[in-house]
Design a protein around this ligand. Structure first.
Ligand SMILES: Cc1cc2nc3c(=O)[nH]c(=O)nc-3n(C[C@H](O)[C@H](O)[C@H](O)COP(=O)(O)OP(=O)(O)OC[C@H]3O[C@@H](n4cnc5c(N)ncnc54)[C@H](O)[C@@H]3O)c2cc1C
Length: 491
């Protein structure tokens, strides 16, 4: 039973973090209104259907489902009656140009055993590496993930101090690629572990080895698939929010955050101004300042950090089933270092890209017509700094088709019976993500975690932020954690 407090809260954006924040604020007794520019909830986590194929348009790898469940429990509901998921094992299928195929299984033992059977590294060595990533997790989750990094008192708890005293052990002084090269003899394993840098749009050759923690989350804590697809995360949370009394205004972009005497007073849409006690912006923080409060002094140091990579995604309806592929598949570039150099230094696309192919029809057969598959084929690309994306899209299509054909020894060109494509411009226009960067600031330096914007404004009272562009970072679970950190700061 919600205890009303007669205060009002506006949430700008119904992305996963905006939904999490709205549910949490409603449970605190606030009268909550969500303003969403699109006609649908979910932001990056949305879905589209074309010619009988359904596609999840953004996120596809689901970890730490407990943060979704937590919102149902907080609202007095049994999550299993509203949102379900299955545990994946194997999680990934990896393909290399030399013909190697490796399956990544769940859990240290099974993962290490399967990898050791097909690579030059011993099982014990792989387990030792995974133990180290677990140590990073234990030392960092309280420090970096579960608390605001911008509230002084949070630094004086025993666990946080322990995290800081063990800075060496969390890999803060080495790069991911450096640490992984030292850990494995087999270059294929190095690539598999380097790939986790892309989960927040960074280069393993630049980002700190602390990010190796992501391997622990996926391989040991596990990966999941929501029944009916990723979009059910956001549709079920939007329904939950509505059921507990949150009001939604879709197709209603917020044009301005109203501020008086350094205190938020409300927001303005095309329907006019509206008063609110609290405003939480789930809009990308860079654009929150630029577009909704251009007259406010912007924290340039955090906002102007280099942004993450983006993606070109082909949503292909493929009129054939490929038994050798699973839900998550990676076709690795032969020259990973040059691929990242091309993305981050040359700001261009690489001729031999690493391709991620996600096929939800493997688990939800109705996502494609019988005998067919819905391919979400993704490559990492630079964010938008004015490149000719139409040229890049045509080149990317060719590079990707050639690579899939080479590795799977097939010809997919005549099998593509429908196509949609996203590029950084589309991602930017659909979700207001600055420069179409998928993950806010990149993590391409060791201080990146400290250079994300706080979950609150230091200058404007009652103004808060949540989502992938602020602390603790991008991905579905981190966005849900950001909603928790943000709302925990509000009385
Ligand atoms: C292609 C792709 C693949 C990804 N893969 C994964 C993955 O496998 N696993 C994973 O965990 N994460 C993945 N991510 C990242 C993940 O999707 C994001 O971190 C997360 O969904 C971001 O949520 P958010 O709440 O920050 O906001 P967003 O999803 O960006 O939503 C912000 C919302 O605010 C709205 N909005 C913006 N401005 C205004 C305004 N002025 N007024 C009203 N509304 C406004 C937008 O319309 C949007 O709905 C991926 C993302 C993409 C794009």
């Amino acid at each position: 039973m919600i205890k009303e407090n007669n205060k009002t809260c506006a949430v700008i954006g119904a992305g996963v973090a905006g939904l999490g924040a709205a549910i949490r604020m409603r449970n605190k007794g606030y009268k909550v209104t969500v303003f969403e520019a699109n006609a649908f909830p979910g932001g990056k986590c949305s879905s589209e259907t074309k010619d009988g194929y359904r596609f999840d348009m953004g996120p596809s790898v689901f970890t730490m489902p407990q943060y979704v469940d937590e919102l149902f429990k907080l609202s007095g509901k049994n999550p299993r009656e509203h949102f379900n998921y299955i545990h994946l094992d194997p999680v990934y299928k990896y393909f290399f140009e030399d013909g190697t195929e490796l399956d990544a299984y769940h859990g240290k033992e099974k993962f290490a055993e399967q990898m050791a059977a097909k690579t030059k590294d011993k099982k014990e060595n792989i387990i030792r590496y995974l133990d180290r990533t677990e140590t990073i997790y234990k030392l960092t989750d309280e420090v970096f993930l579960k608390n605001s990094l911008h509230v002084a008192k949070n630094f004086f708890t025993k666990r946080v101090l322990k995290g800081f005293l063990n800075f060496g052990k969390i890999g803060a002084f080495d790069t991911m690629a450096g640490a992984n090269k030292k850990s494995f003899k087999d270059s294929r394993l190095v690539k598999i572990f380097n790939r986790y840098a892309t989960y927040n749009g960074s280069s393993p050759y630049l980002s700190p080895a602390t990010l190796n923690v992501i391997a622990h989350v996926e391989i040991v804590k596990g990966a999941y698939y929501p029944t009916g697809g990723m979009v059910n995360i956001t549709t079920s949370l939007a329904k939950l929010a509505q059921d507990i009394g949150v009001t939604f205004h879709y197709s209603t972009p917020v044009r301005e955050i109203l501020i008086s005497n350094k205190k938020v007073t409300g927001i303005k849409t095309d329907n006019g101004p509206e008063d609110f006690n609290i405003v939480i912006s789930n809009m990308d923080v860079y654009n929150s300042y630029k577009k909704l409060m251009p007259h406010v002094r912007r924290p340039a140091k955090t906002l102007d950090q280099p942004k993450s990579s983006s993606g070109i995604i082909f949503y292909w309806g493929i009129k054939k089933e490929f038994a050798e592929l699973g839900l998550h598949n990676i076709l690795f570039s032969d020259n990973y270092k040059e691929e990242f150099n091309t993305i981050f230094a040359k700001k261009s696309i690489y001729h031999d890209p690493t391709i991620y192919v996600n096929i939800t029809s493997k688990h939800t057969p109705t996502d494609a017509p019988p005998g067919c598959e819905n391919w979400f084929a993704f490559i990492n690309v630079p964010n938008n700094s004015g490149q000719d994306w139409d040229v890049f899209i045509n080149e990317a299509r060719e590079f990707m088709i050639q690579k899939v054909n080479r590795i799977l020894k097939t010809d997919i060109r005549p099998l593509i019976e429908t196509e949609m494509v996203f590029d950084p411009r589309v991602i930017e226009s659909r979700t207001s993500s600055a420069f179409g960067a998928i993950y806010g600031n990149s993590s391409n330096n060791k201080f990146a975690a400290f250079l994300r914007h706080a979950n609150f404004s230091k200058d404007i009272k009652n103004l808060y932020f949540c989502g992938g562009s602020v602390h603790p970072g991008p991905s579905i679970p981190l966005c849900l954690l950001s909603a928790k950190i943000t709302t925990d700061l509000i009385r």
